[in-house]
Write a new protein. Structure first.
Length: 696
């Protein structure tokens, strides 16, 4: 009885194996014989008749080679020959008789030379010779092997799955294989194959259609073969889009963005996924409607309208940020920070430090070393010193043009003792008038920030002036006063702050932070953006009106905030929120190819972002413009036209893009991409569809 059941399973498996393989192999798509093979390449002999019958064999097209007879009654999946090799056409291959065949063709062509109404292959060649010379060799790359495997080898009733391995496990040089060109049905199965053990979900989005070459003629039978991507492949991964300007990078990015957004509206029984997405938009084409996004209609359909026709409201789905208002976007949030309020003191200081990072002057470097870390409330002395630093810092900001809100008023009470102000007012220095004025201002409860700024300049000079009397006060303060603790009155951080006032350019350089500042808000825009992402919103940062250094600094700060918050959640043993970051014109924000700073936030995101559930999609014109540490951690690739060998050689270092190097450099067709994603195990040439919000 047990043997009967086992035999029934085996017979069923043979039928199922034949069915699975018949989806790949069609006898009427036969093109020739594989006559030479190794682990990397194979040569195929093709006759012109078979070549014509299947619509031609374009360069870089797929072929399959097998010993399986698709007409047989059954196929045993355990047989060594029960497999299908996937090949990619690379070029012509020389047959042993190639030299002789070429000689005959030349001689035949000479017979009709000068006769424009005759072709040498018809009028000057006999049928036997024509047939003999119609054989040609085709050189192919071995991409991998399709084979059948049980889900559970220990269970005879287990389901059979079609599997793919990215190599061949064995070959016999003296064993012939039949070669076929996949028809549309088989090709769709090949290019959209995903490993059955892949747990990225079943969500699939049409990216475009198969396209082998720039010369994309309809009779080749591949123009209707859809290519799909799995949006889940992009989550917590790095994705690159490279290509010359106007070759379809932004169009592809919008399709990707829309596909990830649509994960919240699953068509199958999958769990909805609300993924927070943020776009750094240097040209304003995502934040604003433009003619590029007309899709199939005449009305612009900007990606910011991705929420429409979904039964949801814009407030819950999309938010735009910018440093300037826009007449067509009244709800845009300003990406500015109030540098004066307590919560933002250190954040604003870090922005200023970032803007001054290229400065080499000692007084600037000293200023950048000051941090605003709130001390223990029980340490009255240190708390006073901290408040004195904050007081001076706010005066410096005000003098630099970063005006404070009306709620932040100067209050020197308790910061400058009566003894100190008396000594300052009693100075006999040549600059005593300045010091007396400064002391009077610091006693004035109604002084303005402009007056305080002048007082701080006077105070800086008083401390620096050896004849002012400050040295005597300092000696008394440290050694002789009743509560002397040995600490100096002016701590090092306070002196570093005041040092910026010694030079006329000091506050001017700090004034470079004016575009980041507002005195009308109390929140931190980086925190607001992160909270929007946690809610699963699409956040668009319109950087089209910002200066490059401002855009770079704000993007770095936002990215740092996202990274640190998700990192903190991860360290608490919790699951971080999924965030997908899009960077258009990535060379403006990401470190360039010559830099090797592994602490750069973008490099850290590339190397560590996966465990913190941060994905990165970056687009630019040049592969070499991106730091190698980012490239090495990129999993998904979308490549359009690149016009020089420096860029294509760099690309050849990754996956099997080497096969496509000449095509990438030659074909300039818009939207013609070579695509490699995590689910797709080999590069696929695709004509990407036009982005259209009306089509999901």
């Amino acid at each position: 009885m047990e043997k009967e059941i086992k035999k029934q399973f085996e017979e069923r498996d043979k039928v199922e194996t034949k069915k699975l393989f018949s989806d790949l192999i069609q006898a009427d798509q036969y093109v020739g014989e594989l006559y030479s093979i190794n682990y990397e390449s194979a040569n195929v002999q093709v006759h012109d008749i078979q070549r014509q019958r299947v619509g031609g064999i374009p360069s870089l097209s797929f072929l399959i080679a097998t010993r399986i007879n698709s007409q047989a009654d059954d196929v045993n999946f355990k047989d060594e020959d029960a497999s299908v090799l996937l090949l990619r056409v690379m070029d012509a291959a020389q047959l042993p008789n190639s030299s002789e065949a070429e000689r005959i063709r030349v001689e035949t062509a000479q017979r009709v030379s000068g006769e424009t109404d005759k072709h040498w292959d018809k009028e000057a060649m006999d049928p036997h010779t024509r047939n003999y010379l119609s054989y040609a060799g085709v050189k192919c790359r071995v991409i991998g092997t399709f084979f059948i495997e049980k889900e559970d080898e220990t269970n005879p009733d287990s389901k059979l799955n079609l599997r793919f391995g990215c190599d061949i496990s064995n070959y016999y040089p003296n064993r012939g294989l039949k070669v076929f060109k996949p028809n549309a049905k088989a090709l769709q199965l090949i290019v959209n194959y995903t490993d059955p053990t892949n747990n990225t979900g079943e969500a699939k989005v049409r990216l475009g259609e198969i396209r082998y070459a720039s010369t994309n003629r309809q009779f080749q039978g591949v123009s209707s073969v859809h290519v799909y991507i799995n949006p889940n492949d992009l989550l917590a991964q790095k994705s690159a889009l490279f290509g010359m300007t106007r070759t379809g990078k932004s169009n592809t990015t919008k399709i990707i963005l829309q596909s990830v957004y649509d994960l919240r509206f699953p068509k199958n029984n999958e769990k909805p996924l609300r993924i927070g997405q943020i776009v750094f938009d240097p040209n304003g084409e995502y934040a604003n409607e433009n003619t590029q996004d007309q899709g199939g209609g005449l009305t612009p359909t900007a990606i910011k309208n991705v929420w429409q026709n979904k039964g949801v409201t814009k407030d819950a789905e999309v938010v735009t940020y910018g440093i300037m208002t826009h007449p067509n976007d009244p709800e845009r949030k300003m990406m500015l920070l109030n540098f004066h309020i307590d919560e933002n003191l250190q954040i604003g200081k870090e922005i200023i430090d970032g803007l001054l990072q290229e400065e080499t002057a000692a007084y600037i470097r000293n200023f950048c070393q000051v941090k605003f870390e709130t001390p223990d409330a029980n340490d009255r002395g240190e708390l006073t010193r901290f408040n004195r630093r904050v007081f001076a810092y706010r005066a410096i900001l005000s003098k630099a043009g970063l005006r404070p809100p009306t709620t932040v008023r100067p209050n020197p009470t308790g910061l400058f003792s009566r003894e100190f102000l008396d000594r300052m007012a009693q100075s006999t220095s040549d600059n005593a008038t300045t010091y007396i004025s400064a002391a009077a201002i610091l006693r004035n409860a109604n002084a303005t920030w402009d007056m305080i700024a002048n007082a701080m300049s006077g105070l800086e000079e008083y401390i620096r002036d050896r004849t002012s009397g400050y040295s005597e006060f300092e000696n008394w303060y440290v050694n002789d006063r009743p509560s002397a603790s040995g600490e100096r009155w002016a701590d090092e951080s306070f002196l570093r702050l005041l040092g910026i006032l010694q030079y006329a350019n000091g506050t001017k350089k700090i004034g470079s932070a004016i575009p980041y500042h507002t005195n009308t808000t109390t929140s931190d825009y980086a925190e607001d953006i992160y909270n929007d992402l946690v809610k699963g919103k699409l956040v668009i940062i319109d950087q089209s009106s910002g200066e490059p250094d401002i855009n770079k600094a704000s993007a770095d700060r936002i990215m740092t905030y996202i990274f640190r918050r998700n990192q903190a959640i991860f360290r608490e043993g919790k699951h971080p929120h999924d965030v997908l970051v899009y960077v258009e014109e990535a060379h403006n924000l990401l470190p360039n190819g010559k830099e090797n700073d592994l602490q750069d936030i973008w490099v850290r995101t590339a190397k560590e972002g996966a465990k913190y559930r941060i994905g990165l999609v970056y687009a630019t014109q040049e592969v070499s413009s991106i730091q190698k540490n980012i490239l090495k951690n990129t999993s998904n690739w979308f490549i359009s036209h690149l016009n020089n060998t420096d860029e294509t050689r760099e690309l050849c270092k990754y996956y099997d893009f080497e096969d496509f190097e000449p095509s990438i450099r030659r074909a300039q067709d818009k939207g013609f991409l070579r695509v490699k994603t995590m689910s797709n195990l080999f590069v696929i040439p695709v004509q990407v569809k036009k982005f259209d919000l009306s089509v999901s």
